[in-house]
Design a protein around this ligand. Structure first.
Ligand code: PRP
Ligand code: MN
Ligand code: MG
Length: 176
């Protein structure tokens, strides 16, 4: 599809929000003795996670899952497949799932249910972007960077057919 990209959220707006969320997460988990695990959902969350973890004023553990629902399509398939699980056990740990965007909610609700079975001390969810108008299943979200309208967005980790993840800003895809 022929398309162009239009700026939606610039790099400094993203950086400000990441800083604020980082400060709030640091406050929420003050005990450095209990492990805090940031779970990044591949691949979309990688840039957000990299910036967010550097704003935390305490040691954290980084772990990753890959639960692709879109593949290369523009629409959620609703069939969330776990392609890569966490490397470490999260039993007893404070866990924050870090996601780039919540759309239908299927990805996060599936991952959340899976991780709760492993009995973490707590489980929270942090997303950079939220598209509330697209939600099909309820998920409790603790931190949201930006709520956005129903536009197809790319950049700062988010792809269109695997492209554009490296854009330093969030843009919307405009069909031509
Ligand atoms: C995208 C996005 C979220 C998910 C949101 O991932 O990064 O993980 O879809 O959609 P949902 O709320 O409708 O489940 P995708 O499956 O495209 O994989 P990717 O992160 O590797 O791009
Ligand atoms: Mn994703
Ligand atoms: Mg994708």
């Amino acid at each position: 599809m022929k398309h162009s990209i239009e700026l939606l959220i610039d790099a400094s707006q993203i950086a400000d929000q990441v800083k604020q969320i980082g400060a709030q997460i640091s406050q929420r988990y003050p005990d450095p003795e209990r492990p805090l695990v940031l779970v990044g959902l591949l691949r979309g969350s990688c840039l957000f996670l990299a910036d967010l973890c550097r704003q935390l004023e305490r040691p954290v553990i980084l772990d990753f899952m890959n639960a692709s629902s879109y593949g290369n399509a523009m629409q959620s398939t609703r069939d969330v497949r776990v392609l890569k699980d966490l490397d470490d056990d999260i039993g007893g740990a404070d866990v924050v799932i870090v996601e780039d965007i919540i759309d239908t909610g299927y990805t996060l609700s599936k991952i959340r249910e899976m991780l709760l079975l492993r009995q973490p001390h707590s489980l929270a969810i942090c997303t950079l972007l939220d598209k509330p108008s697209r939600r099909e299943v309820d998920v409790p979200v603790d931190w949201i960077g930006f709520s956005i309208p129903d536009e197809f967005v790319v950049g700062y980790g988010i792809d269109y057919a695997q492209r554009y993840r490296n854009l330093p800003f969030i843009g919307k895809v405009i069909p031509e």
